[in-house]
Write a protein that binds this ligand. Structure first.
Ligand code: ADP
Ligand code: ZN
Length: 652
């Protein structure tokens, strides 16, 4: 994220604040003058504030008639008359008492003659005083301005602009020509490859336009925070040397209704003016949340308008306008389906947390900026930082530099880096982003279980890669399978069973090797259950229901429009439940038995995983083969023999 830019923008905004608002500045100035004047003049003649009369011992609130009576009784020495109040100094029992009457009746013509007659000194004074009148008039305005300014400041913070920035989005959107290149992005090779295509289009738009090629308009970068999505987008702009317009989705939302939409319009207008260019929308989920997930209060109007505007803009420019919208999110599942439709963000690029190699590469990028001691071993650092994202690693190096500086060292040493890692983890533990050793172990066994079963079972897809790096998007680890042949539409029964076996083996491995099971298998179990249920009630593959189809779908279930209709008796339902349970138990027992037999192979796969977190499918097979040669077991050998017979060409 481009925090620095946001800050910079803020400052500019504040400096220009008064320049942009002469009227407001004048009003504030005027108020200030009045307040100062008021303070200098002090008492504006307000009766209540006459306190400097030294020998007054008491002040009494009385009725006007009592003052008048006192005058008549010759008790009063002096009188001050204001339009609506009167104050008399009278002596009672040798004491000077101030009598104050407020709300006196409308002009009493008899008063002055009476005072003359009694020889009482009197003077007239102004009521509340001119200045206090002005103040009381201006005070509400003053308060209003204070609140207004407060709101402006808050909004400035929120979105790098203010009310007055409406329609002047130029100030609110960061535009730059970044110097970032793909070399600055490490350990995200697959994501980089995908983004490189876009760079080519931005560099040579004519080539594509002439061919009539439809260029992707939007690319969604999906991945946990700090994995370099912003960096990647910037690098794309840097490589293509095109302007980079960046905004954060959340900045659209803190505004009044309609403003977000107008900012989207301005954003695209500018980007089109400077095409070829890249628009980057960080945290797009802030505006792109599914409109149906608005909750009981219904949707958020502002968000919806902004989203609609965004959709309209993306549809609005043709394939020949070389503007590419990159958006980042770590929650793709909440996005409105409309955003992901063709012509919008129809490409998704996964920017995942780096594995060991990736972390090493990222560390190497970031140590370029610091002085590193010759004995520093980055491989150890990379190993100790499993589960961390690029941003965390960059932080660790910086933190290590700070630590070394504090110790007055000339170079960063290993111990500084290790200490920085510790600090990072303390911070991250709170955020739940660190995988602890126990979890790593559990996940390693779980995934090894899947992988082993996949390799040994006929009909199961081969393993491409096993990883225990949390993907940030749910799973703690994953085993990547590739079907042996592409473009398969039919599945045989033994393949479905194989799939179930593989799914159950994660849990089985935990059970066999750790003697305890975890919540990590929930998704596996769900899928296994779904498959066996479908085998029984849809595919007619069981003894329970025979060929009878028990569920049929109406409409197109895959487009979300259809529904399944269950058409069977309660007795049958019970039978199915029992059959499902029994079948799963049987497969689970099988899985546990097999894993037990291949115990040594599993242990070896696990130890590789715990060491470097990923293992390639080929390496998995090597380990299993080596074990089979030693032990005389033959599952994998048989499977390979069979597949050689079936596809004599393909297998090497
Ligand atoms: P995101 O947008 O995914 O939240 P950023 O792109 O803002 O992450 O990453 C923040 C910083 O972390 C980057 O500026 C960079 O210094 C560092 N960083 C993250 N990923 C990488 C990477 N793959 N290679 C090099 N540096 C990275
Ligand atoms: Zn699993």
């Amino acid at each position: 994220m481009s925090e620095n830019n946001k800050d910079r923008n803020n400052k500019d905004q504040n400096n220009n604040f008064f320049n942009n608002n002469p009227l407001l500045a004048f009003a504030l100035f005027a108020i200030a003058i009045i307040v100062i004047f008021k303070l200098m003049v002090g008492d504006g003649g307000n009766i209540g504030s006459v306190v400097n009369n030294n020998n007054i011992q008491q002040t009494k609130q009385v009725k006007y008639s009592e003052i008048k009576k006192a005058i008549e009784e010759d008790k009063v020495k002096s009188v001050k008359i204001a339009p609506s109040s009167i104050e008399a100094i009278s002596s009672e029992d040798g004491k000077n008492v101030r009598l104050v009457a407020t709300n006196i009746p409308a002009i009493d013509r008899d008063l002055i003659p009476l005072l003359e007659k009694k020889n009482v000194s009197y003077e007239g004074i102004m009521g509340g005083g001119f200045f206090s009148d002005v103040i009381s008039m201006l005070l509400p305005i003053l308060i209003f301005f204070a609140i207004w300014i407060f709101l402006m400041k808050r909004m400035n913070k929120g979105m790098g602009g203010g009310i007055l920035g409406v329609g002047k989005a130029g100030k609110l959107i960061n535009s730059e020509k970044p110097k970032t290149t793909f070399d600055d992005v490490a350990g995200a090779e697959e994501a980089k490859e995908e983004v490189k295509e876009i760079v080519d289009f931005l560099k040579y738009p004519e080539r594509y336009i002439e061919l009539g090629a439809k260029i992707p308009k939007g690319v969604l970068l999906v991945g946990p925070p700090g994995t370099g999505k912003t960096l990647l987008a910037k690098a794309a702009a840097g490589e293509a040397s095109v302007p980079f317009f960046s905004v954060s989705g959340s900045s659209f939302i803190e505004m009044f209704v309609g403003v977000g939409a107008s900012r989207v319009r301005d954003l695209f207008e500018q980007a089109k003016k400077e095409a070829p260019s890249i628009i980057f929308i960080d945290e797009i989920d802030a505006i792109g949340k599914s409109r149906t997930s608005g909750g009981p209060m219904g949707g958020n109007d502002e968000r919806e308008q902004t989203l609609n505007q965004l959709l309209a803009e993306m549809d609005g420019f043709g394939a020949s306008t070389p503007v590419i919208v990159l958006a980042a999110t770590n929650r793709p599942e909440v996005l409105d389906a409309a955003l992901l439709r063709a012509g919008r963000f129809d490409r998704q690029v996964l920017v995942d947390k780096p594995d060991y190699e990736g972390r090493l590469a990222i560390l190497q990028v970031h140590i370029k900026d610091v002085k590193l001691g010759s004995k520093v071993d980055l491989t150890q650092i990379a190993k100790a930082t499993a589960g961390l994202a690029g941003a965390d690693l960059a932080n660790i190096i910086n933190e290590a530099a700070l630590l070394a500086g504090r110790k007055n060292k000339k170079e960063i040493e290993q111990e500084d880096l290790m200490e920085a890692i510790e600090r990072a983890f303390v911070g991250l533990e709170k955020k739940n982003r660190k995988i602890n050793e126990l979890e790593k172990k559990i996940v390693a066994y779980h995934e090894s279980g899947h992988a082993l079963m996949a390799e040994l079972t006929e009909g199961a897809s081969r393993v491409t890669k096993v990883s225990i790096i949390p993907r940030g998007l749910g799973a703690l680890g994953y085993t990547l399978h590739l079907p042996e042949e592409e473009n398969r539409f039919l599945k045989q029964k033994h393949e479905l069973v194989a799939e179930i076996d593989v799914l159950l083996s994660g849990r089985a491995a935990e059970d066999v090797f750790l003697n305890e099971i975890s919540t990590g298998a929930a998704n596996d179990l769900q899928r296994a259950t779904d498959i066996i249920k479908a085998m029984i009630s849809v595919y007619g593959m069981s003894d329970v229901a025979g060929l009878m189809v028990l569920e049929k779908s109406q409409g197109n279930v895959f487009l979300g429009g259809g529904q399944t209709i269950k058409d069977y008796s309660d007795k049958m339902a019970e039978d199915i439940d029992n059959a499902v349970k029994e079948f799963l138990e049987q497969r689970y027992t099988h899985a546990k038995k097999l894993l037990n037999e291949y115990r040594e192979a599993i242990e070896e796969i696990v130890s590789v995983l715990r060491d470097i977190e990923v293992i390639e499918g080929t390496k998995v097979r090597e380990i299993i083969k080596a074990f089979e040669e030693k032990s005389g077991l033959k599952k994998l050998a048989q499977k390979e023999e069979k597949s050689k017979q079936n596809n004599p060409k393909k297998e090497k």
